[in-house]
Design a protein around this ligand. Structure first.
Ligand code: C2E
Ligand code: MG
Ligand code: MG
Length: 608
């Protein structure tokens, strides 16, 4: 029999003696049978009690003698504290599961109970596992044989680890981002406000950087959310490496991160931060087995110049970031008040533009493309016009980039496509002698996954084909197009659709891309045409562009021809087409009808 059992038996025997004294009186009156029955019942109840203690899987019960030496240790105690019953017999409570800092108070409390009857209340405690790890428990204490020579303290501990873990997880979920484990907005703002208080007291500065991944939506659309998430996690890791250990950093929403850099002043930002961030993005991200180059726009606000509170600095860095977005991929902007006002103006403009779509304030004008050889109008370019009810007409160069910032561009694009197709079908029905109407497509429109299908469906609705509607895209759009988009464009190209590169010469310096793209024509930007007669550099660029276009078997269109001299040059270079105020301004559909009616109805242009 083990020492533990001996102690427990002794304790049971003690209790047994107490009860027996009571029996004697009883026995005098009761029969012998009754006494046996009572004795049996008592023993059974003791056994049940013991079995109960042993079988409670999550209630750890330990018994200690008056010197706090272990006399009882159930299996749940072993599971909770790591000690087997044999290891603990006779050892002191404070040596086993009481952390160092609690030892003295525990001993004092035990003495007070044994000697003065001051109970130890039930309470939540952090005790200690054999491994040294902390164990959160709710602990009840019971004193048996109180006021005798053999007081026994029993501790009944309930493991709180699961509750604590659940509590920690809940706390984490409300304060941190589940994906990247970075602080969320509230936590970040609290951290930043604390840091700003420190900056104030130390009279130092701080730079706040707001980062937004370019075209993250497309990455998500193309590769799925799971891969998008991986990219975000990888990015947060990379950003972690470029900041100081304690500098607050957060993911504010989808693909937006902020980092605070205490001690960095405005003038140092470009060197210290922007370069670091760009460096962090330089290596391609491998998502879904594909290497992807990722860029991001950055907005920066500085303490104390651009705000005194976390909320204000974050808002202003966000404003600067939104301005950077307008400049295209990888742009960087600093906040300033003028910028804020400008963005407010733009915001209002976008609201008005949404109204304009509904209130019929938009129209398409058409600018003829004239054949250099014959001098005849062959095709038209559709150009969007907005005559706002509230004032002067607004240029597409102003509102298209704004519409590009949201899905509004898709509604505008659909409207342009539909209107151009309806117009082209009407002119076909009227027998007007005209070839194509070319429509302009901007970057975000082209990246729409179903763009080509929508285009084909729109043409089909109006019974039009490849010779009726063409497309203009800038170099920029083509360079950034991914394989899926290019495949769609190739399909259109194979079907005979006319695709032209617009504003050629203003986008990229590398020309090697030209041979890969499914295009039929180059439209040389009017900036080169304008100054070519006077400036030899511009003439050289114009000549080179025409030469390259022709060598690649492309038609060349000269945009913005306004004068005789410009036209003479274009003719000498043997461009195929010319467009510009020298011939025609963009004009309304009614004006086009009047103009072409003079050329005689019934004669179709070179529509396919
Ligand atoms: P773009 O496609 O390069 O259009 C040519 C622009 O040059 C037009 O300006 C036209 O009015 C102007 N232009 C034509 N000939 C001359 C000339 O001889 N001299 C001068 N100074 N300008 C000339 P607009 O209509 O203001 O359009 C500007 C840009 O807005 C377009 O450039 C195009 O990129 C965009 N845009 C216009 N309509 C649409 C549209 O429906 N969708 C999209 N995505 N973009 C459009
Ligand atoms: Mg154009
Ligand atoms: Mg152009």
């Amino acid at each position: 029999m083990s020492g533990r059992d001996t102690r427990v038996r002794k304790w049971l025997a003690g209790r047994w003696r107490q009860v027996r004294a009571g029996w004697c009186a009883l026995c005098e009156r009761a029969s012998r049978d009754d006494a046996d029955r009572l004795r049996r019942q008592y023993l059974e109840s003791e056994q049940r009690f013991r079995a109960l203690l042993e079988s409670l899987p999550r209630v750890a019960v330990q018994g200690y003698d008056r010197h706090r030496r272990v006399i009882y240790w159930n299996d749940a105690s072993t599971r909770l504290y790591g000690y087997a019953p044999d290891e603990v017999q006779g050892r002191l409570l404070e040596e086993l599961i009481i952390p160092d800092a609690m030892r003295e108070p525990v001993i004092r409390a035990h003495h007070a109970w044994v000697e003065q009857g001051v109970e130890i209340p039930a309470e939540e405690l952090e005790l200690q596992h054999k491994s040294g790890e902390r164990v959160p428990v709710f602990s009840h204490h019971v004193m048996l044989n109180e006021h005798t020579d053999d007081p026994l303290m029993f501790c009944i501990d309930v493991d709180l680890s699961d509750q604590k873990r659940a509590h920690r997880e809940l706390d984490f979920a409300t304060r941190f981002d589940a994906l990247t484990h970075l602080p969320n907005r509230q936590t970040f703002e609290a951290q930043l406000d604390e840091l700003l208080a420190h900056c104030r007291s130390q009279d130092t500065v701080l730079a706040l950087l707001y980062l937004d991944i370019d075209r993250f939506v497309e990455i998500n659309d193309a590769l799925g959310y799971e891969q998008g998430d991986r990219l975000l996690v990888e990015l947060s890791r990379r950003l972690h490496r470029i900041k100081g250990g304690a500098d607050p950093m957060a993911r504010l929403s989808g693909d937006e991160f902020v980092i605070a850099f205490p001690g960095v002043r405005r003038e140092e930002v470009a060197v210290q931060l922007v370069q670091k961030v760009q460096q962090a993005l330089r290596a391609p991200f491998v998502v879904g087995g594909v290497r992807r180059q990722v860029t991001a726009c950055l907005g920066i606000s500085c303490y104390p110049d651009n705000g005194a509170s976390a909320r204000e600095l974050v808002r202003h860095a966000d404003v600067a970031k939104n301005r950077a977005k307008l400049d295209g991929r990888g742009s960087v902007w600093f906040f300033d008040q003028r910028l804020h006002d400008e963005l407010l103006h733009q915001h209002r403009l976008v609201e008005r533009l949404e109204w304009a779509l509904e209130r019929d304030e938009l129209a398409l004008h058409y600018q003829p493309l004239v054949s250099v050889e014959s001098g005849r109008i062959e095709h038209l370019e559709a150009l969007l016009r907005w005559q706002s009810a509230e004032g002067a007409p607004i240029s597409p160069t102003e509102f298209i980039p704004l519409a590009e910032q949201s899905d509004l561009i898709h509604r505008l694009g659909d409207w342009v496509m539909e209107t151009a197709c309806r117009q082209r079908a009407r002119w076909r029905d009227l027998g007007l002698p005209i070839g194509r109407i070319d429509i302009n497509l901007s970057g975000r429109q082209v990246s729409r996954p179903d763009l080509v299908e929508r285009f084909e469906a729109c043409l089909a609705r109006h019974g039009l084909g490849a010779g009726h509607i063409g497309i203009e895209l800038t170099e920029h759009v083509l360079i950034e197009a991914d394989e899926r988009i290019l495949e769609g464009l190739r399909r259109l190209h194979r079907q005979g659709y006319h695709i032209a590169i617009d504003d050629f010469g203003t986008g990229y310096s590398s020309l090697s891309y030209l041979k890969h793209f499914p295009v039929k024509a180059l439209k040389i930007d009017r900036a080169f045409v304008r100054d070519a007669p006077e400036l030899s550099d511009d003439r050289a660029i114009l000549e080179a562009a025409v030469f390259i276009g022709h060598r690649l078997g492309l038609e060349v269109v000269a945009e913005g021809v306004e004068t005789h001299e410009q036209l003479a040059l274009i003719q000498a270079l043997r461009c195929e087409w010319v467009q510009g105020f020298h011939f025609f301004h963009p004009m309304s559909a009614a004006d086009i009808e009047r103009l072409l009616a003079g050329r005689g109805a019934g004669e179709e242009g070179n529509s396919g």
